[in-house]
Structures are given as structure tokens and as C-alpha cells.
Design a protein around this ligand. Structure first.
Ligand code: UDP
Length: 251
């Protein structure tokens, strides 16, 4: 066996060269980080669950016409994806006040927002992913006005779909972070959804109890992180292989 060429290693995922040009393999690690990697842990089985949840969400989004980088799952922790040129923005969409928005604007956590709000942060760990406006994005050429319009429209569509999908299984979608990338077709480029959608990148609250079923369990030391991620997978109906994860019996 030859070792795959590592293209990039992030905090929760590794990207390897794919089997054919224009593809990559996305590997989901068990590593968890928060507060710009000041807090770190290994949560056994997290990578397996996030791989499955992200596969499920990306496949569903593709079926409603939201183009994304997911091609197919390869193994418990790996998926084949389209190689994209990542746009250096974290796109955050919020329905209910929480986290940094609550802190910044003094809004009680859990307060419904008058309408869904989209925010952009510049992806730069050294700077702590600062909030930026469309002015910064176009001035520094991170994305064009047309691309920003496409990103806004796609993000609202994703929010509507995910709100319904999670709502149907008793989960409130409080907020989420997504990333986009460009794929080129000759001289034209198109923006598609990339990265992952999982309890690492969303705030998901039980609709009845408001119990947190997402990464805030890790950030805020609430315990039962893996159990909560597993509960999200179970409710979405993708539980089959999950008991092995809790046993710790996965490679
Ligand atoms: N988020 C993320 N990665 C980040 C920052 C935020 O996935 O680097 C997600 C986070 O899980 C939440 C949403 O984006 O679902 C909004 O996060 P917020 O800005 O409130 O930041 P935090 O409170 O996590 O600092």
C-alpha cells in the first residue's frame, strides 16, 4: 500500500489527494477544538458520526438542487469530495440568538431573531476569524458581488431546508456555519457548498427541552458530547452503525 498524499490538515479534518483529478478525500478526525484551538480533546467516534451526518445532509441538499462538494462516502471516516477553491469566509446563519451574537449584542441566548441573519467571518485562525462585511469581501477580492449574492441565496435556502429537516425530528436549528468553494468549468466558475454540516458546525437544541445536542456540550463542558451527536444521528434515521462508535470499537 502506498501512503496517500496529504493536501491539508485542519482542526477536525484532513484532506488527501483523491483517486482522480478534481477530487479529494475528506477524513473526519476525532479531534475537537474550541476557542481557536485553546481547548482540545479527542472524542472517540466523533469523526465517524460527523462523516455520516454530513453525508446525509449533503445528499439531501443535493436532492433539492443545492450543489455541494460531496460525491460519496468511502468508509467510516472518509468521503470522496470535489476539489474546490475555498472562499476564505465562514458564512454563519442564525435563527435564534446564541454564542458570539448574544455576547456581541447583549441578546439573551434563546431569543428568536426577528428574521434569519447571515454573517460573514474572514477565515484566519491567527486573527480569530473576525466578522467582516460585504465591503471587506469585495474590496479584498475574497469573493465578487455576484458570488456574495449566490452565497446569500444558497445559505437562506439551506437554512429553510435544514430548519424543516431538523424540525421534523424535534430539533431546533439555532444557527450554523458553512463554507463555500469555487469549481471551474473552462473560463467560468461556480460557487458550491463545501466543508461539512454536522453538530460541530451547527447549534442544535432539543425542541421540547432546549437541551443542547451540539458542540456547545464540548465548549461549555456539559458532558455527553458523543451521546448527543449520536442522538442527532439516531433521530435523522442514520443510526445503524452508531452503537459500535459508543463501544469505541471503530478504527
Ligand atoms: N461555528 C463553527 N466554526 C467556527 C465558529 C462558529 O462551526 O469557527 C459555528 C458554531 O458552531 C455555531 C455558529 O457557527 O453553530 C455560530 O457560532 P458563533 O459565532 O456564535 O461562535 P461561538 O459562540 O462558537 O464562538
Amino acid at each position: 500500500m502506498t501512503r496517500r498524499k496529504k493536501i491539508y490538515e485542519g482542526k477536525a479534518k484532513i484532506l488527501y489527494e483523491g483517486p482522480e483529478p478534481g477530487t479529494l478525500i475528506q477524513y473526519f478526525k476525532d479531534d475537537a477544538t474550541a476557542f481557536n484551538a485553546q481547548k482540545k480533546a479527542v472524542l472517540e467516534g466523533k469523526g465517524v458520526i460527523n462523516n455520516r451526518i454530513s453525508e446525509f445532509v449533503m445528499t439531501r441538499l443535493n436532492s433539492i438542487g443545492v450543489q455541494n462538494h460531496f460525491i460519496r462516502r468511502l468508509s467510516l471516516r472518509e468521503q470522496l469530495i470535489k476539489e474546490v477553491e475555498i472562499i476564505p469566509l465562514e458564512v454563519i446563519c442564525r435563527n435564534i440568538a446564541a454564542g458570539s451574537l448574544s455576547t456581541r449584542l447583549g441578546l439573551p441566548e434563546g431569543q428568536p431573531l426577528p428574521r434569519s441573519i447571515i454573517e460573514f467571518c474572514y477565515k484566519d485562525d491567527k486573527l480569530g476569524d473576525p466578522l467582516v462585511t460585504e465591503e471587506h469581501i469585495t474590496a479584498f477580492n475574497w469573493a465578487s458581488t455576484q458570488e456574495i449574492d449566490d452565497i446569500l441565496a444558497m445559505t437562506l435556502r439551506i437554512n429553510d431546508f435544514l430548519t424543516g429537516m431538523f424540525g421534523a425530528v424535534g430539533i431546533t436549528l439555532v444557527d450554523f456555519k458553512i463554507e463555500y468553494g469555487r469549481i471551474y468549468d473552462g473560463e467560468f466558475s461556480r460557487v458550491i457548498l463545501a466543508d461539512e454540516i454536522s453538530p460541530d458546525s451547527c447549534r442544535l437544541w432539543d425542541t421540547v427541552t432546549n437541551e443542547k445536542l451540539d458542540k456547545d456540550r464540548f465548549r461549555r463542558d456539559l458532558g455527553n458530547v458523543i451521546e448527543s451527536y449520536t442522538e442527532v444521528a439516531r433521530r435523522l434515521g442514520i443510526m445503524k452503525e452508531m452503537p459500535r462508535v459508543i463501544d469505541g470499537g471503530v478504527a
